[in-house]
Structures are given as structure tokens and as C-alpha cells.
Ligand binder design. Structure first.
Ligand SMILES: [Zn+2]
Ligand SMILES: [Zn+2]
Ligand SMILES: [Zn+2]
Length: 129
């Protein structure tokens, strides 16, 4: 399948970022991308946003970037992850690709086959009658 130019560029940018990130933090948590949590969930009742710890690092008391044991305060001595007010880098998810859907939509709109199909179907019906 062909990817659109914008999609390819986006992926290339992300891959470059990934290489840089892996060079800086070779031990980073592959599960959360060094974020330390596996996303959050919005609680409608309380109106708060609960962030769940990543079970592969933060929940085990490990730094999501270096996988070293965090202090009791949840701070990494090596890179400073978890220090209040300090926002460390993380690796975002790979960009999503919608090329297939776009391609499909293009095909669908191009397709005059439906008209063709309808015409032929109605012809068959006529023959049967
Ligand atoms: Zn993690
Ligand atoms: Zn660290
Ligand atoms: Zn694509």
C-alpha cells in the first residue's frame, strides 16, 4: 500500500525522534514510552482526571526513563524524573496512519460501478419477469 506524502513525513519525523530518544534513554519503558503512566481516565462524578501509573515502571517504583529505583518521593536520582515541576521527555505514540481509509474513500467516490451494478441488476430483473 502507498502512503501519502504527509503520512510518510510524519512517520519519518517520529522515527527520528525515536532514535534521539532511545539514544538519550536507552532503558526507557517501552510500555508507556517513558511517560510513567499508561494514560488517564476522566471521572465524570468527581470531575477529576485520574492518571494511572504504568504497571511496567512507575507502579513498580522504577523510573520510566532509566528503569532505576525511584526514591520514596517517586523521584529518579539519575535523571530527575518525578521532581515536582520538572517535565521530562517521553516518546509519543507512533503517528496514526489513515492512508488506507483515505484511499478507500477515494476509490469509493471514483467508483461509478455502483451505477453500473444497479443498471445490470435491473436488467436481470426485467429478463426474469
Ligand atoms: Zn512505563
Ligand atoms: Zn530516571
Ligand atoms: Zn500512511
Amino acid at each position: 500500500m502507498e502512503h501519502k506524502k504527509s503520512c510518510t513525513e510524519q512517520t519519518e519525523r517520529w522515527q527520528k525522534k525515536k532514535v534521539e530518544f532511545e539514544t538519550s534513554y536507552p532503558a526507557y519503558c517501552r510500555r508507556c514510552g517513558g511517560l510513567g503512566h499508561g494514560g488517564g481516565s476522566y471521572d465524570r462524578d468527581t470531575g477529576s482526571y485520574d492518571i494511572e501509573s504504568c504497571p511496567a515502571c512507575q507502579e513498580l517504583g522504577l523510573c520510566p526513563l532509566c528503569k532505576v529505583i525511584l526514591t520514596e518521593e517517586g523521584v529518579c536520582r539519575k535523571c530527575g524524573w518525578g521532581t515536582p515541576g520538572v517535565h521530562k521527555e517521553f516518546l509519543p505514540d507512533a503517528p496514526e496512519c489513515y492512508c488506507y481509509e483515505d484511499l478507500w474513500e477515494e476509490k469509493m467516490s471514483e467508483m461509478s460501478k455502483f451505477d453500473w451494478l444497479e443498471e445490470n441488476l435491473s436488467e436481470d430483473e426485467d429478463k426474469e419477469n
